[in-house]
Each structure stands twice: as C-alpha cells, then as structure tokens.
Design a protein around this ligand. Structure first.
Ligand code: XMP
Length: 507
C-alpha cells in the first residue's frame, strides 16, 4: 500500500511547490484539480487545500463541497484554502487594506498545537494574499497571529482541520518544512518511506504485471526523462523494449554519436535513425516558430512510426512524461505560451497503448531514480534540451550551414561551462543564432557576419528563470573562442533577460 497525501489545486502558482515539499518529506502525494477528489481511494492519509488566484467572493472562484472529506481525513488549508474553509463555514473574509505580500513573523502562536511543534518564536513566514480572514466561525480557534494579520492560522475545535494564511511551502517561511512535517507525519501519520529505491521496486513490479510479454517501443531523446524511463523499462522487460533515437539534424554537435555510445553502456536495445535530410528539406524556407515546431513534431512521428512498424507485434508506446507535464495538462487555469508537446499526436496515430512509468515524478526525483538505477552522472545531469532542438535557436529559416555554425558556437560554450566547472551550476545553457549581420574587423579585413547570443539560466523547474551570473572572464574567453574559431560569426552577446517576462528559448 502506497500511502498518500492529496493536494487539491485551487489554481495557485505554488501548488506544485507544496507537492515537492511533501515529496521531500519522503511522502507520496498527488496534485488533483480542486473538484476531483478521488473518493474511495483507501490509501489517502490527509488533504491539503492550495491557494488560488481568486478571492472567495469572485464569481469565478473555485468552490467545492468538502463535506465528504471533512471528518474523514486531516485537512490543511493554505491561504485561499484557509479562507475558503473559514468563509464556507460562516466566517468573514475581506479585502486586506493593502495586498499583504512578503515577510511577516509569527509574533503569537499556540506552542502546544501539534501543527506548531518545534516552530521557533517569532518565526518568519511568507504572506501573499489580497483578502484576509477578519472573523472566524465560533468553533474555529485562532492559533497564530502576526503583527498585521490576526488570523494567521486556526484550527477547528475538536477536528483535525487547520488553516494557515501564510505559505509554508515557500523557502522564505523559515519553519515551513517543519510545519508541513508536523502535518504529514504527526497529524496524518504518514510513515515517510517513499524513496527512489521503493519507487523502483514497486514500479518494476507494476510494469512486469502491466506489460507481461508484450513488446514496447520508446522514443529516446538523449534527455534525462526518456533515458530514465528506458532504463527502468529495461529492468522490467529487458529485450522486449526497443528504443528509437531519431536524428533530426538539429541536435548538438556530436550529440547523436555520444548519446548512442552512452546508451550502449546501459545495455539498452537502441535503433538510431538518421533522418536529417528529410527534416532539412521540409524546413527549408520556414521562418515561423510554431510552424517549425509543427513540422518537426509531425516529421518525428512519421519517422518513429515507420521504424516502429518494422518491429513485429508492438503493443505499447512508452514515454518519459513527468509530473509537471501531467499537472499542466490537468491544469485548471493553465495558459499555453508555446506548444511544448512535441509528439502530441503519436499515441493516437500509432494506435498503441501508452506506458508512462515516470508520470508521477518531479524532475529532481527522476534524477534520484536514475542515480539509484546506476546511470552515469553525465546522463543524469544533462541540461534540458528542447525537442525541436536547434530549430528554435536559429531565428528565422533553417539551413544546414546555419546549423553547423550554431553547433560549433554552442559546443564551445557548453564545453567551456564544463571546463570551468559551471555546467552543473546552471539549469540550462545554449547559443542562439540571430538573423542579423553586423560589421567587424579581422586582421586588415572588414567582415560582415552573424551574431550569436549566449543564454544561460538558473531555475528549479523552467517555469521561472533568471539569467546566470557567469564570470566576466569566462564570458570573455568563450566570446573570443567563438569569434576566432567559428567561421561566420563575428559578434557574441549575452542574454540578460529573466523569465517572465522573457522565456528561456528565443522562439
Ligand atoms: P521556455 O522557452 O518556454 O522553455 O521558457 C521552458 C523549457 O521548455 C523547453 N522547451 C521545449 N521543450 N519542446 C520541448 O521539448 C519544445 O518545443 C520546447 N520549447 C521550450 C526549454 O528548453 C526550457 O527547458
């Protein structure tokens, strides 16, 4: 039995963070839309209600009937979750004088309350709310206040139901992890035994049962997710798994050869397909980013489908989908800024059953599982790389010559990051080929050549990102090397925009 905490998502930006914090407490949890509680699941130990972009008074506010949950499980409402509980029981919630945002301190709190075990006096908490609870229902006991907010936390008398106005899941709430631990371990009684090893053991057993003697195909990209999925499946079903790695001609320099080489060590059954020409000819003259993505997505499906059909009796398509993708597709408020789902149409087209062994893991957990499976750090710590590859880093149309220029520049940058021990300090890095030429001078000659932008960001989940503060000496050296060694480039710039409002990729 896999005990779990259910997090009901009312649309807050920090809902995923609550999930990660609970997992960091070695406790399995699932994030579900606020109105999709899995009644009848016997493994549930407790429920957390997330925050929300809405006020309880908004017409569009997410509301749900909690009567079947209350009384059955311990509940912790966070921010809107706390306001919603108070409001729907007759309490008063009102707009705060000014939006309360930022640091506050628990100046008074009830030390004996189990939610606050081991919480320090005057502990810093993080507030972020437009409304505030001004009056709690009669049977609610206020158990914490800050100087500004009198109802910073409450418990319903005689019930295992709490509400906190602050966000225990964010880093700036100093004792946030302790508060969540108190809830998850002490109050809900979770055993905290969720670990990569236990995940592998139960997943391999499940895969064996699910797949039996069936044949499975999987598209490898060289990235962490598909690699870990492949190794896990290989452990479960061995040679019944065939991996297909498509070279669309938009990979990094030598990536195709390196990746095939790395997989050999892992004992995987991999077929490499060189389909460069097909992609270059289909992309010729196409400038529009989304159109490039569509062409590459469709081309990939065609090549993959043709290869998979050469294998007899395939029943399943495996994918390295991870939890943030799943949450995004369930999302109640999500807006799509760029289409990231490269191969959205693949399962439908191939008429295969879908197997996604990592669909409930966060990225850092995928890495921990990979390590536990004995995979090389080089594979595990690889930066994310977009499915359409260098196509979204060549602004405008794509030619083999532009790909060559960008591969060379990118290789110098990435190799430099490794040599200077900076690679693992950034989330992701790469070079972008700009559709501009500028004047330069080399020797006695005037040049009129391409400009390349370098991009390196820090991030924890790619939802937000900041530009990496790389040392000037390093940037200077890389710029020099690129201009001296890459024919066709005479200018290098460094991108210092953050996400939002920019994005990580340029297209
Ligand atoms: P943005 O540019 O939206 O990127 O800030 C966020 C993360 O997603 C990656 N990305 C993609 N990955 N197909 C992918 O598989 C895509 O079309 C795509 N576009 C962006 C990007 O590299 C970053 O890690």
């Amino acid at each position: 039995m896999q005990e779990k905490i259910i997090i009901l998502d009312f649309g807050s930006q920090t809902t995923q963070l609550i999930g990660r914090r609970v997992r960091e407490l070695d406790t399995y949890c699932e994030i579900l839309p606020y109105n999709k509680f899995p009644h009848g699941d016997e493994n549930i130990k407790g429920v957390i209600l997330s925050g929300s972009p809405f006020s309880v008074y908004d017409e569009k506010a997410f509301k749900t009937d909690l009567s079947a949950i209350r009384g059955k499980y311990p509940i912790l409402g966070i921010c809107y979750g706390a306001q919603f509980l108070a409001y729907s029981n007759g309490g008063k919630v009102e707009p705060a004088g000014s939006r309360e945002y930022g640091r506050a301190h628990l100046s008074r709190f009830c030390k004996e309350n189990p939610l606050f075990k081991n919480v320090r006096d005057n502990s810093q908490v993080w507030m972020s709310h437009g409304d505030t609870i001004t009056q709690v229902p009669d049977n609610f006991n206020i158990i914490a206040s800050t100087d500004e907010v009198s109802v910073a936390a409450y418990q319903i008398a005689g019930e295992p139901v709490w509400g906190v106005q602050f966000h225990p899941e964010v880093f700036h709430t100093e004792d946030g992890t302790q508060i969540l631990r108190n809830f998850v371990a002490d109050i809900c009684g979770c055993k905290q035994d969720w670990s990569p090893a236990s995940f592998i053991e139960s997943t391999v057993a499940k895969l064996k049962e699910q797949l039996g003697d069936d044949k499975v195909v999987l598209g490898l990209s060289g990235g962490v997710d598909s690699s870990v999925a492949a190794v896990l499946l290989n452990k479960a079903i061995g040679k019944n798994l065939t991996c297909i790695f498509v070279d669309h001609g938009l990979l990094r320099k030598n990536e195709y050869e390196n990746v095939l080489h790395d997989y050999e060590h892992l004992g995987l059954n991999v077929i490499g397909v060189n389909a460069k020409d097909k992609f270059y000819s289909e992309l010729a003259g196409v400038k529009e980013p989304e159109r490039k993505r569509k062409i590459i997505g469709k081309g990939f499906i065609d090549v993959f489908d043709a290869e998979a059909h050469k294998i007899k009796n395939v029943k399943w398509l495996a994918q390295g989908t991870i939890y943030p993708d799943v949450i995004e597709s369930l999302s109640i408020t999500g807006t799509v800024i760029k289409s990231h789902h490269n191969v959205g149409g693949l399962p439908e087209k191939m008429n295969l059953k879908l197997c996604e062994p990592l669909r409930l893991l966060f990225k850092d957990e995928v890495r921990r599982v990979g390590r536990e499976l004995g995979m090389m750090e080089r594979l595990i710590n690889r930066h994310p790389f977009p499915g359409p590859g260098l196509a979204v880093r060549i602004l405008g149309d794509i030619t083999p010559e532009k790909v060559r220029i960008l591969q060379e520049a990118d290789d110098i940058f990435i190799q430099g990051l490794r040599d200077w021990n900076l690679y693992d300090k950034v989330w992701q890095a790469g070079a972008i080929l700009l559709p501009v030429q500028s004047v330069g001078v080399m020797g006695d000659e005037r040049t009129y050549e391409n400009a390349v932008a370098l991009r390196a960001v820090t991030s924890t989940d790619a939802m937000t990102a900041d530009w990496a503060r790389l040392p000037y000496e390093f940037l200077g050296k890389v710029s020099n090397d690129i201009i001296n060694k890459v024919k066709g480039v005479n200018r290098v710039t460094y991108d210092i925009s953050s996400k939002p409002p920019s994005t990580i990729e340029w297209e």
